[in-house]
Design a protein around this ligand. Structure first.
Ligand code: GYE
Length: 326
């Protein structure tokens, strides 16, 4: 099987132009030294995801790690196939962003039996056996939900509101950010008798579904809706399109709370169309490569690494905020 891997490394080396620059000697060096990381990205559903793929690609390059990148186009079975092909190629480390939490035990047992370490990126899995992965790099989604809820409590105080009715557009069902952004938020707002959730629906983290969800929520609840809490910016921006089509003023008629912090959402916050943006950074590439290097060297790594994240609200001065890069 090693010949397959050698061919792949030669091919990767050719792709980055090493052949043309220095001839075959350098390619041979690469073959001897370059470490190979197989990464299964779950899809391209949002700007967040595109930013994340770019971050992983750039970081692999700058760490001198050869990257075998596969896009699963939103299907778990494609991710499982990708992981199986990484095992067949005998990559040094396997990494992937699990689209949902369940259903990984079999393929990860195969990786473990092949002696290949695994880094989960962005999302977690649900398993009885934590030894099936070595490390997780990604946000603390529960805290993101808590931050969204805390903003709303603060907003209710400032408005001296005695009742605010919320509709929630959640992310992909059974995905870690969908589950935890829901839980963290409800652990805060359900304690506050002013904050009433009318309904939670799933928009699958897609802008198009954010539109559909907002349309049917408006049909059902009309002007009862005071707040939209949406689990990602893509769905939020879709919902805003619908509100504007229907003559409503987002940020004023309906308070908007969103998660991710992509440039378009920050622009919306600055324009007064969004009231609160909870940051979730996709810039995880360097953290992943640092862990991969340690695992490749046989060193111990922390089981969980969370990046630092913040909240941006209508009450903050955002004039110094650097361009987001996603
Ligand atoms: O919030 C959303 C994306 O898993 C944190 O997935 C990620 C989420 C992110 O599509 O925009």
């Amino acid at each position: 099987m090693k010949w397959k891997r050698s061919l792949l490394l030669l091919w990767l080396a050719a792709c980055v132009g090493l052949f043309s620059a220095c001839g075959t000697q350098k390619a041979a060096d690469t073959e001897n030294t370059a470490k190979l990381l197989g990464f299964s990205q779950l899809g391209s559903e949002s700007s967040w995801r595109l930013g994340n793929t770019e971050s992983i690609t750039r970081a692999a390059e700058s760490h001198g790690i050869s990257l075998m990148l596969k896009n699963a186009n939103q299907r778990q079975e494609n991710q499982i196939d990708a992981i199986r092909s990484f095992i067949a190629y005998q990559v040094d480390v396997i990494s992937f962003s699990p689209i949902v939490e369940d259903g990984w035990d079999n393929v990860l047992t195969e990786a473990k039996n092949a002696g290949i370490p695994v880094i989960l990126v962005d999302r977690l899995i649900h398993t009885e056996d934590d030894s099936l992965y070595d490390a997780y790099v990604g946000a603390d989604f529960y805290q993101e939900g808590v931050r969204a809820g805390e903003y709303l409590v603060q907003k209710a105080e400032r408005m001296k509101a005695d009742k605010l009715c919320i509709v929630e557009i959640a992310g992909t069902q059974d995905s870690t950010p969908g589950l935890q952004r829901y839980q963290g938020f409800h652990d805060v707002v359900d304690q506050d008798s002013r904050l009433i959730t009318l309904e939670t629906v799933s928009g699958d983290f897609l802008r198009s579904k954010g539109k559909e969800c907002m349309r049917s929520l408006l049909e059902k609840y009309g002007d009862q809706i005071d707040v939209l809490y949406s689990h990602n910016d893509g769905m939020t921006l879709g919902a805003i399109d619908v509100l504007e089509e229907q003559g409503l003023v987002p940020g004023k008629d309906i308070i908007i709370v969103t998660v991710d912090g992509e440039q378009e959402a920050i622009d919306g916050l600055k324009a007064g169309k969004i009231n609160c943006v909870v940051e979730c950074t996709p810039m995880l590439g360097d953290l992943v490569m640092e862990l991969a290097e340690k695992l490749m060297a046989g060193e111990a790594v922390p089981k969980v690494t969370h990046p630092e994240e913040q909240v941006f609200t209508e009450f903050d001065d955002l004039s110094d905020l650097a361009p987001r890069g996603y």
